[in-house]
Design a protein around this ligand. Structure first.
Ligand code: PDD
Length: 279
């Protein structure tokens, strides 16, 4: 693996260690970002850095670096990795302090960054689609913040794995929020529907790019609340994320979605998305 970055220095992964009293370890008290990189160019970097600042503001942490300093660090990480397509991971925690829930005073944050080769989703996922299950969304009420406290997401994603599925779609009070680690779109009566951005789901960067692609290519679309009933009668369902792009979901709780094959809107968006990767 290429070098990682920890608190101002690049070093081999094996040398990057964090004290056990780091609040990331003790409380999951931190935020993170995942940024896809194509041909050594980070995709939508400004948006990822804005979301990082939004997450930091949301957990009441000062920004440890300016956007320019983040950019420099990220480009250096990318240059040190041999693959041209990568996924950059950034994490900031509230630092190392004696265990106490309240914020410590005068403690430096822990800043960590690494990158790894980005492997596209398997061709069979695009050809056939994947299956998903649904489950009650039992996460907290600030899912708009990209925090490292991901236990609920971990448990929900594992339910999908246990069921032989790829993703777990989350339902809160009768409405679709998102997936355990992705956003979800449906196509209903030919219209692409995106669950409304609010505090109950992550404002995905891929989500934004998909909506922009739809807007600029005349694909009917709407951002509005999506009910569980609408999810179940959708013609198409898809999941989106920075690492998996756009993946058709063709079975939901064991029932075929629409015709049980990847649909035309999903495939069109997937093609349009490639233009973002290679502008
Ligand atoms: N996760 N919603 C959740 C809960 C997610 O964890 C993710 C991505 C998304 C999609 O966001 P974006 O398009 O900005 O990647 C939505 C990342 C990839 C992860 O945790 O690894």
């Amino acid at each position: 693996m290429s070098d990682v970055y920890l608190n101002g220095q690049f070093m081999p992964l094996e040398q990057a260690t964090v004290p056990v009293l780091d609040r990331g370890f003790i409380f999951g008290d931190g935020v993170y970002e995942v940024i896809p990189v194509y041909n050594r160019i980070p995709l939508a970097l400004d948006r990822h850095l804005r979301r990082l600042e939004y997450s930091l503001d949301g957990i009441r942490m000062a920004h440890p670096m300016t956007p320019e300093a983040w950019r420099t660090l990220i480009l250096e990480l990318i240059a040190r990795e041999s693959s041209a397509d990568q996924s950059v991971y950034l994490q900031v925690t509230r630092g190392v302090a004696p265990r106490d829930h309240a914020f410590p005073q005068g403690v430096a944050p822990t800043v960590f960054a690494m990158t790894k080769p980005l492997t596209p989703p398997p061709a069979s996922w695009i050809r056939d689609g994947v299956s998903a299950i649904t489950h009650a969304d039992f996460r907290w009420l600030r899912c708009d913040l990209k925090t490292t406290s991901l236990l609920a997401n971990v448990l929900l994603r594992q339910l999908a794995v246990d069921a032989g599925a790829t993703e777990c779609l989350l339902i809160r009070d009768g409405f679709l929020t998102e997936g355990a680690a992705s956003n979800t779109f449906i196509v209903l009566d030919g219209c692409l529907l995106a669950p409304t951005r609010n505090r109950l789901l992550l404002p995905g960067i891929t989500y934004d790019l998909v909506l922009e692609a739809a807007a600029s290519h005349g694909i009917p679309h709407e951002e509005r609340p999506v009910t569980e009933a609408e999810l179940r009668r959708a013609e198409e369902v898809m999941m989106t994320s920075s690492t998996r792009e756009i993946v058709p979901i063709t079975r939901l709780d064991g029932v075929p979605v629409g015709k049980g094959r990847p649909g035309p809107v999903t495939m069109r968006l997937l093609n349009l998305y490639q233009e973002y990767k290679w502008p």
